[in-house]
Design a protein around this ligand. Structure first.
Ligand code: SF4
Length: 300
């Protein structure tokens, strides 16, 4: 088996939405740089040929990755390479589903499909997820269970979380229930206990602990497999500014495992920690499978 690398890209921090809870300032979203400013998409596509000694997955987040045209060209071009393996993850707000299906349909990419109910009804979101599912492009659907979303789900949609999950199960899609972790940081013990009881049946215990950073410092293999690629092609490992290679030269100097004491709540990152035996390849789909099993055990 070839060595595995996961490259993380930020096509743009720009976004077409202005969600009230977003961590990116609106002025930043409106005038974004993109990764195509110095190197057009075709140059990025051609450079991927240099990585054929590896099994490569890519991961894209933002901003909205599909709000810039180069992203469609990248997805179409990169997924034609045999060494770009299933399943690369892209996080999306679902605004550009028509364009995705028209320009770069591929089962090698699995979308993390977030429902932003300030912008889209449940019916509209469901219809888009169903169309993507027909092209085998859905990693999972995602619902953030904060107070206002739960209220909307109940009062506007007439559903609870079990109903929502069942609705998407019917089309073979895993509906993730993401916790609002600010509730756990509040001092309200009763609310915290009630919230944990509500949500823990939807997420398996290992993921729950990792997502909430309940585990301590440990050795980690991220510096051998998981890298950020910057706009100039420079490659850096997790939590370091050390340049260890360049995407356009096909160079990469992997390090040995590191001991890490940082918080690590991201699903894309924590499978590399050596305090768990979660698979590092295709981590989104692996997450979906183990949490499906957990829900079956919990009779959800
Ligand atoms: S434990 Fe997490 S934050 Fe630390 S190096 Fe590994 S992946 Fe990065």
């Amino acid at each position: 088996m070839k060595k595995y690398v996961l490259f993380r890209f930020v096509p743009t921090m720009g976004c077409n939405y202005r969600c009230s809870y977003c961590f990116i300032p609106n002025d930043h979203k409106a005038r974004p740089e993109t990764m195509f400013g110095n190197h057009p998409a075709q140059v990025w596509v051609e450079a991927m040929a240099l990585w054929s000694d590896y099994d490569v997955e890519f991961y894209m987040w933002g901003g909205e990755p599909f709000s810039t045209n180069g992203t469609y060209e990248l997805v179409k071009g990169w997924t034609k390479y045999a060494h770009v393996v299933c399943c690369s993850r892209i996080d999306t707000n679902m605004a550009y589903v028509d364009k995705i299906l028209e320009l770069c349909p591929t089962p090698k990419v699995k979308l993390n499909c977030s429902w932003h109910r300030e912008y889209e009804s449940l019916e509209s979101f469901y219809g888009k997820v169903r169309r993507l599912q027909q092209e085998n492009m859905v990693g999972m659907a995602n619902f953030v269970a904060n107070d206002s979303n739960l209220k909307y789900l109940k009062e506007t949609c007439g559903k609870n979380l079990d109903n929502l999950i069942a609705m998407f199960d019917d089309i073979g899609v895993f509906m993730n229930v993401a916790a609002d972790f600010s509730i756990f940081e509040s001092g309200n013990f009763l609310k915290k206990r009630k919230y944990r009881n509500l949500l823990s049946k939807y997420t398996c215990p290992e993921d729950w602990k990792q997502l909430r950073c309940e585990k301590g410092a440990c050795d980690c293999s991220a510096s051998q497999h998981f890298f950020t690629v910057h706009q100039n092609g420079d490659i850096t490992p997790c939590l370091s500014n050390d340049v260890v290679g360049n995407f356009f030269n096909g160079t990469l100097d992997t390090k040995q495992k590191v001991f890490c004491a940082e918080r690590c709540p991201s699903l894309i990152a924590y499978p590399f920690r050596l305090d768990n035996d979660l698979p590092i390849r295709s981590s989104l789909m692996e997450y979906v499978e183990r949490n499906r099993r957990h829900r079956r055990e919990m009779n959800v």
